[in-house]
Design a protein around this ligand. Structure first.
Ligand code: PEP
Length: 239
C-alpha cells in the first residue's frame, strides 16, 4: 500500500492537475495506491478519481456525530465524499493540536464504523530514539487501541519517526524491522499492514522496502510530484 499525504499543499488548480496525473499511475491490482488531499479538494478529486483504482482519503477527521464542531469534518462526511480511508494521529497533529492515541479512539471507531480504514500514525521523536525509548513510546501509542473493544482487522498503522518526516533522514533498515515487528506484536496481529513514513523518495524507497515487515509507505513531500510518487509505487512493485 502506497499512500500520499499532501498535507496543507496545493492550490485548487494544482490539486486537480496532480490528481489527474496520479489517476493515470499504473500499478498492480495487489498494490493499493491512494492520496489524501486537503479536505477542501476531496470532493473535486473524488470526481477525477471516479473509475480509477486510486483510493481517496482524508488527512484527518473526528469521531463525533454531526453537530456544533466549528472547522471539523467527521468520518461520515469523509466517507460520504468518497473517501476510503482517513489518516489519524499524524505527528504534526499530535504536536500542534495535542492529539493523543486515547483522544483519537472515537475517530478510529467512527472511521471503522463507516467501512473506511484508518491510517493510524505512530512514531518517536529524535530525543526519544536517542534515549533508547523509541520502542516503548510507539508501544504506548498503540496500546490504547486495544482498550476500546474495536475490531482492528482493517486498521493500517503508519510508523513515522518524527525526526525522519520532511528531513531527508530515514531510519535504518534494522530499526524499521524492529519497530514494525514491535507494532505487530503489541497489536497482536501478525497480519497487520504497517507502513513506513519519513522522507520516502524514489531514492530511498528501495532501501526502505527491503526492510522485512514493511507493507508499503506513507509518503509526504514526494507525493506532491506524480512522477516521484509513481517511482515509489514502481519501487514497491519491484521489491
Ligand atoms: C508524512 O508526514 O506523513 C511524511 C512521511 O512526510 P515526508 O515524506 O515528507 O517526510
Amino acid at each position: 500500500m502506497i499512500i500520499g499525504n499532501w498535507k496543507m499543499n496545493t492550490a485548487r488548480a494544482d490539486a486537480v492537475a496532480l490528481a489527474e496525473a496520479v489517476a493515470n499511475i499504473e500499478h498492480q491490482a495487489s498494490t493499493r495506491v491512494g492520496i489524501c488531499p486537503p479536505a477542501l479538494w476531496i470532493d473535486p478529486i473524488a470526481h477525477i478519481l471516479e473509475g480509477s483504482s486510486i483510493l481517496l482519503g482524508a488527512q484527518d477527521c473526528i469521531g463525533d456525530q454531526f453537530g456544533a464542531q466549528t472547522g471539523c469534518i467527521n468520518a461520515d462526511m469523509a466517507h460520504d465524499a468518497g473517501c476510503a480511508m482517513a489518516i489519524l494521529g499524524h505527528s504534526e497533529r499530535r504536536a500542534r493540536f495535542g492529539e493523543t492515541s486515547a483522544s483519537l479512539l472515537p475517530a478510529v471507531a467512527a472511521v471503522l464504523e463507516t467501512g473506511m480504514f484508518p491510517v493510524f500514525c505512530v512514531g518517536e521523536t529524535q530525543e526519544e530514539r536517542e534515549s533508547g525509548r523509541a520502542l516503548d513510546v510507539v508501544a504506548k501509542q498503540i496500546r490504547p487501541l486495544l482498550t476500546a473493544g474495536l475490531d482492528l482487522g482493517g486498521i493500517v498503522i503508519a510508523y513515522e519517526p518524527v525526526w525522519a518526516i520532511g528531513t531527508g533522514l530515514s531510519a535504518t533498515r534494522a530499526d524499521i524491522e524492529e519497530m514494525h515487528a514491535t507494532v505487530r506484536d503489541v497489536l497482536g496481529r501478525t497480519d497487520a499492514l504497517v507502513l513506513y513514513g519519513g522522507s520516502v523518495s524514489p531514492e530511498s524507497a528501495d532501501e526502505v522496502f527491503s526492510a522485512e515487515g514493511v507493507s508499503g509507505a506513507l509518503v509526504g513531500g514526494a507525493s506532491l510530484n506524480a512522477d516521484k510518487f509513481a517511482a515509489i509505487v514502481a519501487a514497491w512493485e519491484r521489491k
